[in-house]
Design a protein around this ligand. Structure first.
Ligand code: SF4
Length: 64
């Protein structure tokens, strides 16, 4: 599967929103890996370089 599920993308966004490595250059990037977040978050196989994305997105979303 190329694209991550909607709950996975939502949980990843929630983690990135709280992260000090998120930077707004007119579009959001991750300063830890220099990736464009909108693209990175949507790709199933992508990973947070600091391990901040939840392993179980549905559980992470229910805790917010
Ligand atoms: S991918 Fe990870 S390190 Fe980068 S902004 Fe998101 S949570 Fe932070």
């Amino acid at each position: 599967m190329l694209f991550a599920s909607a709950p996975t993308q939502q949980a990843r966004w929630a983690a990135c929103e709280k992260c000090q490595n998120k930077a707004d250059l007119g579009f959001l990037i991750c300063r830890a890996c220099s990736c464009i977040l909108a693209s990175k978050i949507s790709i199933e196989a992508a990973q947070c370089p600091l391990g901040k994305w939840p392993d179980k997105p549905e559980e992470a979303l229910s805790q917010d």
